[in-house]
Design a protein around this ligand. Structure first.
Ligand SMILES: [Zn+2]
Length: 275
């Protein structure tokens, strides 16, 4: 995967360089599958899986414009978090561009409910995520997190949280020929009464922090940062996408507006060098 600078107004655009340079804009309405991660698919059927952790890193680094060239069907898993992407973008550098950032302001609340899972977007002048998870597994159980911050808070509090899976699922995946070898390098693996990874967890509540990371990345498929408060209960990739579809279903729910701020971080930015 290579990240290349892009001009103002490009947005985030993936290119499958192994599929005739098929283009996949990072757009909520190209999301086709959400079971194991967030997959984009264009009108020609070319797909790209697992975009959410990179999208979260781009939100955290305030990257509006970027070409992402990739020669395979999914974004590299790295360590299962967004931190390696943040690191590479900070190494490459980020430049301000000659245009104001655009944000999607949520004007009317929207909510999606699926059984005991729900996610709601409500109007706000900044972006925040309150998230609660509730798992049967005692190692995770009930955890909540309130993310109320920008770039710095994302990088320090959220970006390092890794994806997770369960020991029995890993065994089943191995039996089916998937996820061989790398499980402990790119995910937290949770057993009945312990975390299998040497070194344990990066945060006591790493699980809910990772769900927050997923939510940030999935919602950045709005095409611009949201001005909204997110309230989510056991939400996953499917509901994260569904709430964006609900938001954009009516023009009265949202508006695109330039962010009027003296902060340089609210100018459009692009990655400065290839990472
Ligand atoms: Zn994830």
């Amino acid at each position: 995967m290579a990240l290349r600078p892009a001009p103002v107004g490009t947005g985030i655009v993936f290119t499958r360089i192994d599929q005739g340079n098929a283009l996949l804009p990072a757009a909520y309405d190209l999301v086709s599958e959400t079971r194991l991660g967030t997959t984009l698919r264009n009108g020609d059927g070319v797909g790209l899986a697992a975009v959410e952790h990179l999208m979260a890193a781009l939100w955290g680094c305030e990257i509006d414009n970027l070409f992402v060239d990739i020669d395979g069907p999914e974004v590299p898993a790295m360590d299962g978090s967004a931190a390696p992407f943040v690191f590479l973008m900070e190494c490459a550098g980020v430049v301000e561009q000659g245009a104001s950032r655009q944000a999607v302001r949520v004007c009317r609340s929207v909510e999606v409910i699926d059984g005991d899972k729900r996610i709601a977007l409500t109007p706000a002048d900044d972006f925040s995520v309150d998230l609660l998870i509730d798992f049967d597994n005692p190692m995770i159980a009930r955890q909540s997190s309130c993310f109320h911050g920008g770039s710095f808070a994302f990088k320090t509090e959220i970006s390092r949280a890794r994806t997770f899976g369960f020991e029995n699922e890993v065994a089943a995946l191995h039996a089916a020929g998937f996820a061989l070898g790398g499980s402990l390098e790119n995910a937290v693996v949770v057993g009945e009464d312990r975390v299998l990874n040497e070194g344990g967890l990066r945060y006591d509540n790493e699980f809910v922090r990772h769900k927050t990371l997923d939510c940030v990345g999935d919602l950045y498929l709005a095409g611009a940062p949201l001005l909204a408060h997110v309230d989510a209960h056991c939400s996953g990739h499917g509901l994260n996408n569904a709430v964006l579809r609900a938001l954009f279903a009516s023009d009265r729910n949202w508006k695109l507006e330039p962010v009027m701020s003296a902060l340089p971080s609210w100018s459009e930015t692009a990655v400065a060098a290839e990472a």
